[in-house]
Structure formats: structure tokens, C-alpha cells
Design a protein around this ligand. Sequence first.
Ligand SMILES: CC(C)(COP(=O)(O)OP(=O)(O)OC[C@H]1O[C@@H](n2cnc3c(N)ncnc32)[C@H](O)[C@@H]1OP(=O)(O)O)[C@@H](O)C(=O)NCCC(=O)NCCS
Length: 174
Amino acid sequence: MAEVSLRKLCPADIDLLEVNFQSVQGAGEAQWFGFWDTSKLRNRVAQDQMIGSADGALAVCLGEQVIGKADWFTVTSWGRANTSACWEIAIGIFAEFRGQGLGTRAQELLVDYLFSHYPRHRIQATTAAENLAEQRCLEKLGFTREGVIRQAQWRAGAWHDQLIYSLLRDELAR
Ligand SMILES: CC(C)(COP(=O)(O)OP(=O)(O)OC[C@H]1O[C@@H](n2cnc3c(N)ncnc32)[C@H](O)[C@@H]1OP(=O)(O)O)[C@@H](O)C(=O)NCCC(=O)NCCS
């Protein structure tokens, strides 16, 4: 079977993201916040290929085929930005490729990538309390569920609880 890999986004990939994520079925019920402006993404790809110092994104591939997008961004909520910053990750796999272990593998690759190339020691992830697939992915990768962020997210006409997870550098090989 073809292998999952991560590579830099190119302009043609944004068309695929547009087609695959701009609907409730495409984004997934727990990730659908209405239509979003892909021109910002196109500008970022043109500007720095989505590899910034504070955030970034990569295409998720199965063999040569793009099947989703993996993101990371800086969180500075826990202390001073210059000493307490950590990464937060997010992922979207195109609907037809879900449920085959690919989202778990893509996040494993992203975690390895971030710990390999940046000295930060904490990676966190937040996900909707209803998003059992993402919770299972994170737990399979060794993330610890830290708690509930109550009614923090407005989506589908209601407030929704979020769950926060983290993985520390020295837990990676556990
Ligand atoms: C969440 C997402 C990334 C998971 O990727 P995926 O490739 O579908 O997930 P995997 O196949 O690697 O693993 C999913 C796990 O969740 C489990 N799962 C899926 N749906 C489930 C449900 N409704 N209840 C319980 N477990 C569920 C699967 O059985 C599997 O666990 P297992 O290997 O122990 O059987 C993907 O579904 C997706 O892109 N969803 C839309 C966007 C999104 O929600 N992103 C995450 C929030 S940032």
C-alpha cells in the first residue's frame, strides 16, 4: 500500500482543499464553521510556502496523491511568549480517505517533524468533545487528555465543549 508522507503545499493543492473542505461533509461536522476564504491560504503559499516561524502547514499525501492538510501554530497562552511557547497541531483528511489509519499516521509524522526541527517540548491539540475519531487518533499517539474547555466554540448554532490534549517531547517514544 502507498505510504503516508508530508510535503510542502503548492498552489494547485489549494484547489483540492477548496473542493474537499468547503462543506459540512468535507470539513466534518465537528470542523465546519462555514465558508472560509482560501485566498489567504493562496497568498501564504505564494509568500512563504506556508512555512513560517510561528506557524505552518503541509500537504498530507498517500503516495503521490494529496489527501489532506496538517497545520501547526504557536500558542503563547501559558506564560511569556519567549519562554513558554508551544505548538498546537490540527489536521484534516479528505472524507473519502478517513477511517483507514491515515489521519493517525499523518499526525504521527507531524509530531516527529515538529520535535525534530524545533526545540519546543510541548505539542498540544484541541478537538470538539463530539470528535471521537480525532480523540482516538491523539490517544493512539500517546497524547494525554488534560481537560475540558467548556463551551468555548460556536458551531452549528450552539456552543460546544473542546478537549485539550498534549504530548511532551520525552513522552514521544513511550
Ligand atoms: C479526525 C481525522 C483527522 C481522523 O483521521 P482518520 O484517518 O479518519 O482516523 P484514523 O483512521 O487514523 O483513526 C480513527 C480512529 O478513531 C476511531 N473512530 C472513528 N470514528 C469513531 C467514532 N464515531 N467513535 C469512536 N471511535 C471512532 C476509529 O475506529 C480509529 O480508531 P482505531 O484505530 O482504534 O479503530 C479525520 O477523520 C478528519 O479529517 N476529520 C475531519 C476534520 C477533523 O475533525 N479534524 C480534527 C480536528 S483538528
